[in-house]
Design a protein around this ligand. Structure first.
Ligand SMILES: [Zn+2]
Length: 381
């Protein structure tokens, strides 16, 4: 009997053996926001030092994060039904993920704080056998303007290097465009990004509320990133109940991955194309919109059923009650994916990672070795 790194020793039942297997298999997390990895405890420390005035204690705010869905009328006719009412566990006084993220940004005082939260993100991921982690980072917040975007990147890279040393992990950064900004602002941000290349900054992304910024607005910014040799991804077909945004991300923005993408299911032809091209979709069961969680799970089940290359990710694991291991557990227990499919997903994750070819080949060989060892243990248990 062995305990897992994520809990006390479990009884040696088949379910417990699968749980141990899922905790131990090597994982790549390709969709995770640095700010969203900050735990309530770290936030309490940072907010205390920064003298931040908060409406409730940090642990209460984190417990009660629950973003409200956009206009429910938008989601009346979707193929996978979106729950229209509140969820069963809605907090009385909810805080949005956006608000919590703003508070974390405001609580960061300097480069050391940024290095700390980066390192802690890797340490938490390491506890769940994540071997490769790619973190979305936003533009530098106004109160840290003197640091500049490249100072922010350097501080993150210091954290990644410590994680490489301490945990044997690999990591990369994704410069995330806030889609509520204008095309010109996004282009200026990407100009800054490409102005000083950094091996750890592998690509760009597009985040925040999809309904506020359609992908086509960012064509120029994405073209510039592509010309500079950066990888590209975007949050897509997540809030906007349309598949066309994902087609735009692939064709106009040149994305080689898609974050979320659930509403791609609205268009059979696009599903078939994405299946044939093996477009990686980074998916997360646990959203900050609690009432939407059943829809998310049903969508991931349908995407997997359709043969799409879905890869589990953690998104905001400091703020949601989740981790990448927990997402694997939910996929097995609540979505019904087989152990064999989850094993494939582990490899699909490292295959879709934004590492240079040599490093990726080494990482894949390590994944195969570790998976073989986990498989052998599962068979003989
Ligand atoms: Zn995200």
């Amino acid at each position: 009997m062995r305990g897992t790194s994520e809990g006390p020793e479990a009884p040696d039942t088949p379910d417990a053996r699968v749980a141990r297997y899922l905790a131990r298999i090597p994982k790549a997390d390709l969709h995770c926001h640095l700010i969203g990895t900050v735990s309530a405890a770290t936030f309490a420390d940072l907010a205390g030092r920064a003298g931040l005035d908060l409406p409730a204690p940090p642990e209460i705010i984190w417990r009660d994060i629950n973003s409200l869905p956009p206009d429910p009328a938008l989601y009346r006719d979707t193929r996978v039904p979106v729950p229209q009412g509140p969820g069963p566990d809605e907090p009385e006084r909810p805080y949005s993920l956006f608000q919590a993220s703003e508070w974390v940004s405001a609580a960061l005082r300097d480069a050391d704080d940024i290095t700390r939260i980066t390192y802690e993100a890797f340490a938490a991921a390491h506890r769940g056998a994540t071997r490769h982690l790619e973190l979305h980072i936003d533009d530098v917040p106004p109160h840290l303007a003197s640091l500049g975007f490249h100072g922010l990147v350097d501080a993150c890279v210091d954290g990644i290097r410590l994680a490489e040393r301490d945990f044997g992990m690999t990591g990369r950064l994704i410069a995330s465009i806030d889609r509520s900004r204008s095309a010109a602002e996004a282009l200026a941000f990407v100009r800054t990004v490409v102005d000083r290349p950094n091996d750890y900054l592998a690509g760009i992304g597009l985040a925040n509320l999809e309904l506020a910024g359609p992908p086509e607005r960012f064509a120029d910014a994405y073209r510039l990133a592509g010309a500079a040799g950066l990888h590209r991804t975007a949050h897509s077909s997540e809030h906007a109940p349309v598949a066309v945004n994902t087609a735009t991300c692939l064709d106009l923005l040149g994305c080689d991955r898609v974050d979320h993408g659930y509403y791609v299911l609205e268009d059979d032809a696009l599903v078939e194309r994405c299946r044939a091209e093996r477009v990686p979709f980074t998916v997360i069961s646990t959203t900050s919109r609690r009432s939407w969680r059943p829809w998310r799970r049903a969508s991931i089940a349908a995407m997997a059923e359709a043969g799409l290359n879905v890869i589990l990710a953690s998104d905001d694991p400091g703020m949601f009650p989740t981790s990448l291991t927990r997402e694997y557990r939910i996929a097995a227990d609540a979505i019904g994916l087989s152990v064999a499919r989850l094993r494939e997903m582990s490899l699909a994750g490292i295959d879709a990672a934004w590492l240079p070819p040599g490093e990726k080949a080494a990482a894949r060989a390590r994944f195969e070795r570790e998976l073989d060892a986990c498989d052998a243990e599962l068979r003989t248990a």
